[in-house]
Design a protein around this ligand. Structure first.
Ligand code: URA
Length: 431
């Protein structure tokens, strides 16, 4: 039996007492936890100590690289195309990957989007795409490489081989109240993206009621830490700070978000979804030397739609098949004339989740037809009886709990009242 070089209790005490861990200690800790030598209760104490006392820049870099080293890394150097990817910290109605990946791929670059499933009130990209009949999230690395060569874009499940230490640590953080911590979020996200092997990366870092970090200054700090981690690892990285106080677009769910994304690819769709898709596409292309690409034109002339059809078809999806529709609907109407002055992302995200669009545990199934269609956005004038939003589910017993989540989640005021959106959609760029 080999002798372990450190004692985990010493490391926990160091962090508890606001000390700094060395590279060797962090490398050992991540490896020993991944192979099961360090117990979950010890790692829980460590993550709580990190949560409370933070980490220095070098420690965050070491933690990230140790998590990368815990698994395999993809290598796109033989692809013959540059790679550029996007990662969002998660939001309500955030379907941007769906129009964005084919839009960017339509300019001849490769977009390898390894994605996760949704947990809690923010939906997962794979869950949304799985509402397309036949579409497969799990493909082999060879299939992925071929698809990147042939059609340019791939959205697929990140296999358990990439940064397995993060998978284990994230599950532990989820049940120990240690998710909302900048060093841990930054190392978690960036270890997966560095292991994925993309050459360029645009981070959509959300702030506001529907985001992980509510406060814009904390989101800016997270963005700065992640950009540095990416650059240090040789990935051209940029972050865009975006507002998640109000749901994105008009659809919150799975199948309905696919429908809205297809509208964007057809040159239409809600203005906020189009604006964010275009902004992120510009940054992704700029990082690989295509800053003057006509991104808006590609949404209007069918170029992005062709790439979408290629991407979905390559993974077995039937692009022309009908998407699932829920058996039960419930529409909420305006109780008075006025202006919709509040529509908060978090209650709408929770309500969609309670309707069945999201899952409480990793192994739960999602109801692809469940969700909410908004019929008005903040600032819109409404008249008494006008439809404000429609809830969809296959289980009518879920409506009451969804409506409970929405209490105080929206408000109709008088013309001239302040409209609460929390500021512009795009609040800044960090690079
Ligand atoms: N997403 C991740 O992948 N990790 C986190 O810690 C938070 C969001």
């Amino acid at each position: 039996m080999s002798i372990e070089p450190f004692d985990v209790v010493d490391l926990i005490r160091t962090k508890r007492d606001k000390g700094v861990l060395s590279t060797a200690q962090i490398n050992w800790m991540v490896d020993a936890y991944t192979r099961g030598y360090i117990a979950d209760e010890q790692m829980s104490a460590m993550t709580m100590a990190i949560f409370l006392n933070g980490m220095q820049r070098d420690e965050i870099r070491d933690l990230t690289l140790a998590m990368v080293a815990s698994g395999s890394r993809l290598d796109f150097s033989g692809l013959g195309k540059v790679t550029t990817d996007k990662h969002s910290t998660g939001g309500v109605g955030d379907k941007i990957t769906l129009p964005l990946a084919p839009l960017v791929a339509s300019f001849g670059v490769a977009v390898p989007q390894l994605s996760g499933r949704g947990l809690g009130h923010t939906g997962g990209t794979l869950d949304k795409l799985e509402s397309i009949p036949g579409w497969r999230a799990s493909i082999t690395v060879d299939e992925m490489m071929q698809q990147l060569k042939d059609v340019g874009g791939v959205v697929c499940a990140a296999g358990s081989g990439l940064a397995p230490a993060d998978g284990k640590l994230y599950a532990l953080r989820d049940i120990t109240g240690t998710v909302e911590c900048i060093p841990l979020i930054a190392s978690s996200i960036m270890s997966k993206k560095i292991a994925e092997g993309t050459g360029a990366l645009v981070l959509d870092v959300k702030f506001g009621s529907g985001a992980f970090l509510k406060d814009i200054e904390l989101s800016r700090e997270l963005a700065q830490v992640m950009v540095r981690l990416g650059e240090d690892a040789g990935v051209a990285t940029r972050a865009v700070l975006t507002n998640m106080n109000v749901p994105l677009g008009l659809a919150i769910g799975n199948a309905n978000e696919v429908r809205e994304s297809v509208e964007v690819l057809a040159g239409g769709g809600p203005a906020d979804v189009v604006a964010l898709t275009v902004e992120l596409a510009r940054h992704m292309l700029d990082l690989v030397g295509l800053g003057d690409a006509d991104v808006e034109g590609a949404l209007q002339n069918g170029q992005a739609m062709d790439a979408w059809r290629g991407m979905i078809t390559a993974q077995g999806g039937d692009v022309d098949a009908a998407l699932p529709v829920a058996r039960e609907t419930h529409t909420v109407v305006a109780e008075a004339d006025g202006v919709l002055v509040e529509q908060h992302a978090l209650p709408f995200g929770i309500a969609a989740w309670r309707l069945g669009a999201g899952r409480a545990r990793k192994e739960d199934p999602v109801d692809h037809a469940a969700g909410i269609d908004l019929h008005a956005k903040p600032g819109d004038s409404v008249v008494k009886g006008q439809h404000l939003f429609t809830m969809h589910t296959n289980d009518a017993a879920r409506f009451d709990r969804a409506l409970e989540a929405l209490e105080g989640g929206y408000r109709i005021g008088a013309a001239g009242d302040d409209v609460h959106t929390g500021g512009p959609l795009i609040a800044g760029v960090v690079d």
